[in-house]
Write a protein that binds this ligand. Structure first.
Ligand SMILES: CC(C)(COP(=O)(O)OP(=O)(O)OC[C@H]1O[C@@H](n2cnc3c(N)ncnc32)[C@H](O)[C@@H]1OP(=O)(O)O)[C@@H](O)C(=O)NCCC(=O)NCCS
Length: 169
């Protein structure tokens, strides 16, 4: 069973290790710690089988999402699922939890950026209501970033209220 657990400073190293598996340009533990203390930031770890020790095979930490809310806007800072857990709905659950929490805290809009060549990421975001609203040329080392946006309405996420654990910082 996969549970969504709030991430805290003691998880900075774990978050960085997971991020490094999923992205070429990965964030260090220090960067993770800096994000975790930013005002309005929150993070969740998808944990399979209650196992929070790093592992590249189940059970273990399966994915992460980090987001930030400023007044009525929220932004997905990063979202990733480790390869053995992909295409099982974990990314969708993490994204929905971030949206639900942001809506509950008063955000009316959520933004994110995704690489133009990241078809899996774009498919996930479109399926969850995001549409492209902009493009940043060469943002990811020569690859364009698509800026995507969707509106948030707390009533859309009521059924998730028991799943999202709330703000973590
Ligand atoms: C993008 C990512 C988070 C998706 O996580 P996930 O747990 O597999 O997501 P879900 O299982 O909830 O949904 C995956 C969806 O993407 C689709 N998908 C998966 N791989 C795909 C690919 N290569 N091309 C197109 N669509 C793809 C699946 O079909 C699925 O959609 P469906 O349910 O309608 O069939 C994961 O692939 C990942 O961590 N990638 C590396 C990091 C990354 O790109 N993060 C997002 C950008 S910041």
């Amino acid at each position: 069973m996969i549970e969504l657990v709030p991430a805290a400073m003691l998880h900075a190293e774990l978050l960085a290790g997971m991020h490094a598996i999923c992205f070429v340009e990965s964030w260090s533990a220090r960067s993770m710690a800096e994000v975790l203390v930013m005002p309005g930031s929150s993070a969740l770890i998808a944990v399979d089988g209650g196992q929070l020790q790093p592992s590249t095979t189940p059970p273990g930490p399966a994915g992460l999402v980090m987001w930030r809310r400023t007044f009525d806007e929220a932004e997905i800072l990063t979202l990733a699922v480790l390869p053995p857990w992909r295409c099982q709905g974990v990314g969708g659950r993490l994204l929905e939890a971030a949206m639900a929490d942001s809506a509950a805290q008063g955000a009316a809009t959520m933004f994110l950026e995704v690489a133009d060549d990241n078809l899996a990421g774009q498919a996930l975001y479109r399926r969850h209501g995001f549409a492209q609203v902009g493009r940043r040329k060469g943002y990811y080392g020569g690859v364009d970033a698509l800026t995507m946006r969707r509106t948030l309405d707390q009533s859309q996420f009521r059924e998730l209220s028991s799943e999202y654990p709330g703000k973590t910082t």
